[in-house]
Design a protein around this ligand. Sequence first.
Ligand SMILES: [Zn+2]
Length: 114
Amino acid sequence: MNDVWTPVPPADTPKWRARANEFASRRLEGRVRCPLCSESELRIAFSLDGPRAPRESGGLTFIGSGRYWEWCDGRHHYAYYPDSEVPHWAAAVCVRQASGTRDPSEVVRLLGER
Ligand SMILES: [Zn+2]
């Protein structure tokens, strides 16, 4: 597989979001196929940039501010969200990403090093 990361095209964003939201709602339990290539599963990781005391909102607990990435390993599709709250369930896939890279190559590496 190549190492070129491709952002989800705007025309494909609705179907990507629908699957990615389904994936997130399972809180890392279960698998969801990439809606673009159907070859591999969606992955998610967060960078917890501003950790703070847990806060409840809308039935979820948030542990700070940060960014997150969604991607598929097969064809390297990705989506990047630079301004987000980090939910408690995501603690297992939190890294500290210093560079601010939009594509997930660095977070994939950081996750692999843990
Ligand atoms: Zn894909």
